[in-house]
Design a protein around this ligand. Structure first.
Ligand SMILES: CC(C)(COP(=O)(O)OP(=O)(O)OC[C@H]1O[C@@H](n2cnc3c(N)ncnc32)[C@H](O)[C@@H]1OP(=O)(O)O)[C@@H](O)C(=O)NCCC(=O)NCCS
Length: 170
């Protein structure tokens, strides 16, 4: 299935809200990801993503048939972590299992390593999030370790699996 990655624009707010308003997505993400996900949340996120992109971050909409079907982002770290970036992503469940996010992650990784001075991209997945871990492994990310009980989500503790990919490994 075809998709494209594009910087966020205000006009994606309504399709973003439609795609993101799904408990099957929110259950695997930090609590900062709203559920339910309103039009206001979508507009606020797009404003934040646009400001962050202007400062050099990589917040991209996953567009399918002209609509925002998901999100992929690499956000630069701070202080001594400033030459690394954190990767995050989600996709509307109607498009799961079609290889979209594996291709989207490869694409943004290429864009980040060729278009910035970042040398490391890392991601933290709930350890029991098999689909997300598979995406990272398919894209060449290496498991660095497991953070035991580091996630407390909806009253349940999860371990987190930390993966990274270095520019020199590309
Ligand atoms: C993680 C997510 C983005 C994957 O998107 P996607 O486009 O469906 O991913 P892909 O199709 O590229 O790859 C998914 C892989 O996981 C595998 N997979 C899916 N569910 C699985 C499961 N329960 N157990 C094992 N493997 C699983 C698929 O078979 C596929 O691997 P394959 O190509 O070797 O067959 C999507 O499931 C999602 O949005 N989840 C909720 C939010 C989330 O978890 N975000 C990541 C937070 S770290």
């Amino acid at each position: 299935m075809e998709f494209s990655l594009v910087p966020w624009r205000e006009e994606f707010a309504s399709s973003l809200a439609e795609s993101a308003d799904d408990a099957r997505i929110a259950r695997w993400l930090r609590d900062v990801f709203p559920h339910p996900y309103t039009q206001r949340d979508a507009a606020d996120f797009i404003a934040f993503a646009r400001e962050s992109n202007a400062k050099g971050d990589f917040y991209r909409a996953v567009l399918v048939c002209g609509k925002a079907a998901g999100s992929v982002a690499v956000c630069r770290g701070e202080d001594v972590g400033r030459r690394g970036g954190e990767l995050g992503y989600w996709l509307s469940p109607q498009f799961w299992g079609k290889g979209i996010m594996s291709r989207a992650v490869r694409q943004i990784v290429g864009e980040v390593f060729s278009g910035s001075d970042l040398v490391r991209i890392f991601a933290e997945s709930f350890a029991d999030n098999a689909a997300s871990r598979r995406v990272l492994e398919k894209c060449g990310f290496v498991l660095e370790g497991v953070l035991r009980q580091s996630v407390y989500k909806a009253g349940v503790f999860h371990d987190a699996a930390v993966y990274s990919l270095l520019k020199k490994e590309m």
